[in-house]
Design a protein around this ligand. Structure first.
Ligand code: 5GP
Length: 125
């Protein structure tokens, strides 16, 4: 079920628990702003999620309330992860699902990084 992106931040969401070390993840990268880990149900040869360390429900929440430092730090972290995964030469796809129509399921902002093959279709059902 997609989340309601206008609800307050839920400290019990699954990514908050991963950030606190209460649940395991296959970590790829960590810095002051972000944590990156492999998606539990990969939909491409490379499928990594990057999440901010701060409490933001969604892309909408982040871009409305995040400070310039938080936004810049997070965006740089996403770029770092793509280079660490050596996706910068072959290329990759980024995706952010936001709210109901975006079918966002976890109420903590996350950027999907897809790589390891070409993506011909712009968008699916
Ligand atoms: P959304 O639809 O919210 O953009 O995507 C949520 C993503 O989180 C899905 O791709 C799903 O497979 C992934 N996910 C859900 N729970 C877990 C988890 O406990 N660990 C990891 N690594 N990924 C998860």
């Amino acid at each position: 079920m997609p989340i309601d992106p206008k609800l307050p931040y839920d400290d019990d969401n699954i990514f908050a628990k991963i950030l606190r070390g209460e649940l395991p993840c296959k970590e790829v990268y960590e810095d002051d702003h972000a944590l990156a880990f492999h998606d539990i149900r990969p939909q491409a040869p490379v499928h990594v999620l990057v999440i901010p360390k701060d409490r933001f429900v969604s892309w909408d929440d982040f871009t409305a309330k995040g400070s310039d430092e938080q936004i810049a730090g997070f965006m740089r972290a996403v770029g770092e992860v793509t280079r660490l995964l050596e996706l910068d030469t072959p290329g990759y796809r980024l995706m952010v699902n936001m709210g109901g129509h975006g079918h966002q399921e976890v109420p903590h902002l996350h950027v999907h990084i897809f790589g390891g093959r070409p993506f011909f279709q712009m968008i699916g059902e």
